[in-house]
Write a protein that binds this ligand. Structure first.
Ligand code: GPQ
Length: 833
């Protein structure tokens, strides 16, 4: 049915069209109206949560008005759109970001104050939207902010998990996972009950002859689950563009199947079916850089890919264009291989439903997709068992086999004398059971493949995807070094630093063009400016100290050097190296005379991060950190010289408090293991220095800010293989300082040594895969240089300011423009035209 209002009635609509509040008074009007009507509260029972909800609803009205206009404009202009497919969107809080992007935070502050509320307290009522694990999910969220800010017509597509990443509690030093039910009080989503897609699973494939006598396939029977759209408006900073993030929720289809059961009196079993369907979008898999091959995860992937593609195609079909124009209208970016089934699904729709020839369809498919790889870690590369896929998605498996056959035929033609290459590059791994290699499928089905930092992209080309470079040539493979949105990670997280920079540069333009920061370098020697810079860092440290006091009970000295490592807990990220370094420091202090202690630079070692619930070694590392904290923090021999803090439940909103408060942060992965890292950028942008290995984007950060301003240590990626090889053949000697640390652990200094034996023996007895011992000496001597440097306050400040001035390259806007030019071939669209 056509839902459009006839021309002659539209004047009445226009007369009453919704309007946006533009100042404090209008904000107050909208806020009070929402509290008194939408929320059914009044001035007699309005707590901070209600004030938050009312404020969020008032801003939501604004966003949705702009969202509507943007969508109408984008539809009318009918340009090519970007579709960013990601199983994770680690959004964090929305209200503060919305206020800043819309440019009405001051109006809201004053309005709330008139009505009896402090804006900070109101903002703090919001629950994080934590639909992601770590860097990969946060990158997707930074993309959304940047694409809207740069006026790209772009949609995010994801899953609306009922439970995001778990909340982490620390009980007796152990991580305990608590479900995160985040949907209560979430005003930022719009259920679109009218936008649904039926998704099929299981069943079987029938071959038949179509009217023209051609062999065709149809996928029949099985079960149907319904996908329902939930839309989240994504405002850009300082622009009217408000894009859409569409999240799919699963529900039992209301088809005949259920009715038959109801009619047969099988009420309970009908409800069980309902629940099984809802399970698909129930929970985010809490693994970072790890794939477990669970059937439910594959169901999630197909459910989301199929719903998103159906939606994209529905939109394309409305334009009545020929299929050949599809890649001129649609760019789909695959955030890792999680959405690689979208490649197969598009091919299936084109050949089975739309009747295109294989080659014609495949050309469209490969022109449409781009694939971003985020890791070289083997345990993170997705492989799906063939029998599992055969059962769940029988037609897709056939198509994968056909894609593989055509691909291998072309490889054989080009390399007739290389028999091995076929098994090496085959999408199907000939193991028991056979496995579908999703990264290979993603490469073969895309026109561009990119890594996320230079070293990472080079490693992809020379190791993991080497054969594919030989087959396709180097042009299919490219690098786009990650970035971060300066709106959230500078302006929102560190408003005072942002204001100081704006004052010096004469405007907030740097938030839209971060390269303008380079003008700050002219002020490095300005005494008053340096002093203000130092004051802001100190206040940010005090803010974190208050958070630490409130959550752990520990007092930390704000004059101490704040040394921070916050990220997912993983052996390759080497929090164990850090905590062993802390123990080394503790033992050294314990052995000092009173006179020697006077020379020690006081430190607070701050850790934060979640371990995957089934990752025992990571949980052991968390346990050790907490046990060391128990001992060190109570030791009168140490006092203020060393404190160890584990901040529980690290998430985006905590990162916003932590990043601006660091003096130094740790990015110390074994060389060659971290794709890029993005918190390294967040810390430097907030005036912290970093200690790191030559890994991921640390390398480009060094290039930009210069070697003088970063503390690098450890073995290089090119030497890692050789070292591991040597360890394997028994050539391993535990570093003597590390031996002293291990002896302390084995003396039960931090509780029962048995609790940590897996950790120490992974190094001593099992080959030290992550080179903790090899890098230990270099690590602790570099920390001595950090202490030394920190004592020279003026030089430290100069390093801090210079580094910030040189961080322009790491803006997400540079990243988005690079993808737009080299992968998507899309142009921005001014929605006010
Ligand atoms: N990353 Cl494969 C994740 O956060 N989760 C994952 O499952 C995989 C990668 C990260 C990667 O470890 C970081 O080095 C990157 O900076 C980040 O993706 C974004 O590219």
């Amino acid at each position: 049915v056509e839902a459009s209002i006839p021309e002659e009635l539209r004047e009445a609509w226009k007369k009453h069209s919704a309007t946006e509040f533009k100042n404090k008074d209008e904000f107050e009007r909208d806020l009070v109206r929402h509290i008194e009507t939408t929320l059914a509260r009044s001035m007699y029972n309005c707590d901070e949560l209600a004030a938050y909800s009312g404020t969020a609803l008032a801003f939501r009205d604004r966003l949705i008005i702009e969202w509507n206009k943007t969508q109408q404009r984008q539809t009318f202009k009918d340009q090519k759109r970007i579709y960013y497919l990601s199983l994770e969107f680690l959004m964090g809080r929305t209200l503060d970001n919305a206020m800043l992007n819309v440019g009405l935070k001051d109006a809201a502050r004053d309005g709330l104050s008139d009505l009896g509320f402090q804006i900070e307290d109101v903002i703090n009522q919001e629950h994080d939207a934590a639909l992601g694990n770590g860097g990969l999910g946060r990158l997707a969220a930074c993309f959304l902010d940047s694409m809207a800010t740069l006026n790209y017509p772009a949609w995010g597509y994801g899953l609306r998990y009922r439970y995001g990443i778990f909340k982490q509690e620390i009980v007796n030093g152990y991580q305990v996972e608590v479900p995160d039910y985040w949907l209560d009080n979430n005003p930022w989503e719009f259920p679109r009950h009218e936008i649904t897609v039926d998704i099929q699973f299981y069943g079987n494939v029938k071959k038949y002859q179509d009217e023209s006598g051609k062999i065709a396939h149809s996928w029949e029977d099985g079960e149907i689950v319904q996908a329902i759209a939930y839309d989240v408006p994504i405002p850009g900073y300082g622009t009217k563009t408000t894009n859409n993030l569409r999240l799919w929720s699963s529900k039992a289809s209301s088809g005949e199947f259920d009715f038959q059961k109801f009619n047969a009196g099988e009420y309970e079993s009908a409800v069980a079916d309902q629940q099984r369907a809802e399970t698909i979008s129930a929970v985010l898999y809490p693994n970072d850089n790890l794939e477990q091959g669970k059937e439910l995860r594959l169901k999630q992937q197909y459910f989301w890919c199929a719903a998103s593609l159906f939606d994209i195609i529905r939109r394309f079909k409305k334009t009545k264009r020929a299929w050949g124009e599809f890649p001129d209208q649609v760019a789909i970016q695959l955030n890792d291989t999680h959405p690689a089934l979208a490649i197969v699904e598009l091919q299936r729709i084109l050949i089975d439903k739309e009747g295109l020839e294989w080659d014609e369809a495949w050309t469209i498919v490969t022109k449409t997709f781009g694939y971003t790889n985020h890791t070289v870690l083997p345990e993170a590369l997705e492989k799906w068992s063939v029998p599992l896929m055969q059962n769940l998605l029988p037609r897709h498996l056939q198509i994968i086999y056909d894609i593989n056959m055509f691909f291998l035929q072309s490889v054989e033609k080009r390399f007739p004398n290389d028999r091995d290459i076929l098994s090496r590059v085959s999408i199907i791994e000939e193991s028991h059971p056979k496995m579908v290699r999703m990264a290979y499928l993603a490469i073969i089905g895309s026109h561009k493949v990119n890594g996320v930092a230079e070293l990472h992209s080079d490693l992809l080309k020379t190791t993991l995807f080497k054969d594919f470079v030989k087959i396709y040539g180097p042009d299919r493979f490219t690098n786009v070094t990650n970035g971060i949105t300066p709106r959230r990670w500078l302006h929102q997280a560190n408003p005072r630093l942002s204001a100081l920079i704006a004052e010096k540069l004469g405007s907030y333009d740097f938030l839209r063009d971060l390269t303008l920061l380079d003008k700050l370098e002219a002020f490095v020697d300005d005494k008053a400016f340096r002093e203000e810079w130092a004051v802001i860092k100190r206040e940010n440290k005090l803010r974190l100290a208050r958070h630490i006091k409130a959550t752990t009970g520990y007092d930390v000295n704000p004059n101490a050097l704040f040394d921070v490592q916050v990220k997912r807990i993983h052996e390759y990220k080497r929090q164990q190296l850090n905590i062993f370094g802390v123990i080394h420091r503790y033992l050294s202090i314990k052995a000092m005379s009173a006179e020697e202690k006077k020379k020690v630079v006081p430190r607070v070692s701050i850790f934060g991060g979640k371990a995957a619930p089934g990752y025992w070694m990571a949980k052991t590392i968390i346990h050790l950190i907490n046990k060391v904290a128990d001992v060190v923090n109570k030791d009168p021999d140490v006092g203020d010289l060393l404190k160890v803090i584990f901040i529980a439940d690290y998430n985006v909103s905590k990162a916003e408090i932590i990043c601006p408060a660091s003096d130094i942060s740790e990015h110390i992965s074994t060389a060659g293991t971290e794709g890029s890292g993005t918190s390294n950028m967040k810390f430097v942008l907030n005036g912290g220095l970093i200690i790191g290995t030559c890994d991921g984007a640390n390398i480009e950060i060094t290039r930009e800010i210069s070697e003088q301003n970063i503390f690098l240590f450890g073995n290089l990626a090119e030497d890692v293989e050789e070292l591991r090889h040597r360890h394997f053949y028994g050539d391993f000697k535990l570093d003597p300082h590390l031996e002293r640390v291990f002896n302390a652990i084995k003396d039960n200094m931090f509780g029962d040594k048995a609790d940590f034996s897996a950790l120490t023996s992974s190094i001593e007895d099992h080959g030290d895969y992550y080179l903790v011992s090899d890098d230990f000496n270099s690590y602790i001597t570099t920390h001595e240089m950090v202490d030394e440097a920190f004592q020279n306050k003026e030089e430290w400040l100069a390093k801090s300011i210079t580094s910030v001035a040189r961080m322009g390259f790491f803006s997400m806007d540079r990243v988005t423009n690079e993808y737009a030019d080299s992968i998507w071939n899309v142009e921005p669209l001014d929605v006010t035209d």
